[in-house]
Design a protein around this ligand. Structure first.
Ligand code: SF4
Length: 552
């Protein structure tokens, strides 16, 4: 009798890497019925369960919109043909050093990151970078975190909306808050988010988080007496002192940081200060990246190269681009202009976008491949047994391996070692930032995540649950909408660009939107293009909140 197929693997959507189980069977049933389809389960040993995004896994697995065949210039072809064509193009352009850039997503395994590094060597380039871009700012942090101790922390200070970006972390964090009277949950953010509903919330002005933390740090280090009646970044001195005491007096505290595109300005400075604050106050500190394994991938590829890559693309200094695990038209603002002059663009992707690279390789999700990740707890974890991929889809590891063989004639085997954390770069400067609003731009556009969307939406936007809201939208304070007599749609302009958006009902959010904020869910390409994708004063490409106006 044929047995039930069961695959134990990891959720593909975020760095919490919750365990999932995919089951179907029996495989050789004589007829097609409900048993022939995969069902999704979570591991009952895990108390966290799965969030709405985790439940999208089945739709990703079965989606009719997955890319199933390789394509060259829009025509389907075999993988061998795609590799042959790519090798002949690449051999022509790699004689010049740094003439090709490679961007790899944080959803890859350690083995795939190793192969990408080898590919960059063989392609004579140091331009190897990580996306989602906002995860690069986290690479100097070695997490001090465990799910068990998180659930027992007497103080949790959450910077950013962890509950929206990694929803199952809400459970241990709320367990910790409720464990004993006196346990504290503190939220620090530039917009009230889902954490703020359960926490003592400190609303820092957009663009000021790094500055606010430098004031707190100075106070903790005894360099500032904070005697005046001033407020810093929108927070009174009394509250800054209170926060300092909460952190100092904790016995078993945890500080967590998470960011999303268009949200925090200077995130590298923010994590550097949080790291120092955690040392002084003897609390644990950890970052929660967007990508499943951004910490592992980023450490293996090494360096902070995204600025160099984006500069080279903008200044038309390179001829080729390889994107592993995403569509450059989706996550590189104004890529249409860049695409026009590049001679070679290859991407491995899951879904076809409205534009496409000249060579597309159908790729696999983590539940369709083998390999290992670095967990939030800094352990090497194995992905488990994979489900068979759809069509001709291959893991990026297998694809890069074949590409390397075709380039050099030699077989390459991926090696796994514990990658080193990148040391913090120079001390970041801290002067008081200028306000993001002015007469011409009275609003601030702030990027936000929604618990049912992942990252820039390339995955979750294309599944059934999310297709109901298939147009770009923003949230604007309801009183401001009335005061400005705004209709159902509005044109928003920032120094980076403009676009027309539907105004979504703020009643659909569990928290208020301040009067001067335009909250921008960043899962639509149009929304993400509002933000400046230039390097910040830390030299990091990680777009933050930006001044904005409504054009009538
Ligand atoms: S929090 Fe949600 S998206 Fe993240 S791993 Fe868990 S189930 Fe997946």
């Amino acid at each position: 009798m044929s047995s039930v197929e069961e695959y134990r693997t990891k959720c593909t959507f975020c760095s919490v890497q919750d365990d999932i189980i995919l089951k179907r069977g029996p495989e050789k049933a004589a007829f097609f019925g409900g048993n022939s389809l995969f069902k999704l389960y979570y591991d009952e040993k895990s108390k966290r369960g799965l969030c709405p995004r985790g439940n999208f896994t089945l739709e990703l697995l079965n989606s009719p919109y997955r890319i199933r065949k390789a394509e060259l210039f829009g025509e389907e072809c075999s993988l061998e043909e795609a590799i042959k064509d790519s090798v002949s193009e690449l051999k022509r352009i790699i004689e010049k050093k740094n003439n090709v850039a490679i961007l790899i997503s944080g959803n890859h395994t350690l083995e795939e990151a190793y192969l990408a590094k080898k590919l960059s060597n063989d392609l004579n380039t140091e331009l190897l970078g990580l996306f989602p871009f906002e995860d690069e700012a986290l690479l100097s942090v070695k997490n001090d975190f465990s799910f068990m101790t998180l659930g027992e922390s007497d103080v949790a200070m959450i910077v950013g909306d962890v509950f929206s970006l990694s929803p199952t972390l809400a459970r241990p964090i709320l367990d910790a808050r409720n464990k004993k009277r006196g346990n504290r949950l503190v939220s620090l953010d530039i917009l009230k988010g889902r954490v703020s509903l359960f926490a003592e919330h400190f609303n820092v002005k957009p663009g000021y988080m790094s500055y606010f933390l430098s004031v707190l740090l100075d106070y903790l280090e005894g360099n500032s007496k904070l005697k005046s009646n001033e407020t810093f970044a929108g927070i009174s001195i009394a509250r800054i002192k209170e926060l300092a005491e909460v952190l100092r007096n904790s016995e078993n505290g945890q500080i967590l940081f998470s960011n999303i595109y268009g949200h925090f300005v200077n995130p590298y400075s923010i994590v550097s200060k949080l790291s120092r604050i955690s040392e002084i106050t003897e609390n644990r500190f950890a970052v929660i990246p967007i990508g499943q394994n951004s910490l592992g991938v980023g450490r293996i590829i090494g360096g902070f190269n995204n600025k160099k890559i984006m500069d080279a693309l903008k200044e038309k200094k390179i001829e080729g681009l390889i994107v592993l695990g995403g569509d450059p038209f989706e996550f590189i603002p104004k890529f249409e202009d860049i695409f026009g002059y590049l001679n070679f663009v290859l991407s491995t992707a899951f879904f076809k976008g409205s534009n496409s690279s000249e060579c597309i390789i159908p790729s696999t999700f983590s539940f369709e491949k083998k390999g290992s990740f670095i967990s939030l707890e800094e352990k090497i974890v194995n992905l488990g047994e994979p489900v068979s991929p759809v069509g001709d889809a291959v893991s990026d590891g297998d694809f890069v391996s074949d590409l390397l063989s075709a380039l050099s004639g030699a077989k390459v085997k991926a090696r796994v070692s514990v990658p080193k954390v990148l040391p913090f770069m120079k001390e970041t400067n801290e002067k008081k930032p200028s306000s993001l609003t002015n007469k011409k731009y009275p609003f601030v556009a702030v990027g936000m995540g929604l618990p049912f969307h992942h990252d820039r939406g390339e995955l979750s936007r294309r599944v059934k649950w999310n297709q109901q809201k298939n147009e770009p939208y923003v949230f604007i304070n309801t009183d401001r909408v009335k005061e400005l007599s705004l209709g159902g749609k509005v044109k928003i302009e920032t120094p980076n660009g403009s676009s027309v958006f539907r105004i979504e009902d703020c009643g659909n959010l569990p928290f208020d939107i301040p009067e001067d904020i335009i909250a921008v869910p960043v899962h639509f390409t149009e929304n993400a293009q509002l933000f400046l994708c230039d390097s910040d004063s830390d030299g990091i490409i990680s777009p933050g909140a930006v001044k904005a106006r409504i054009v009538k």
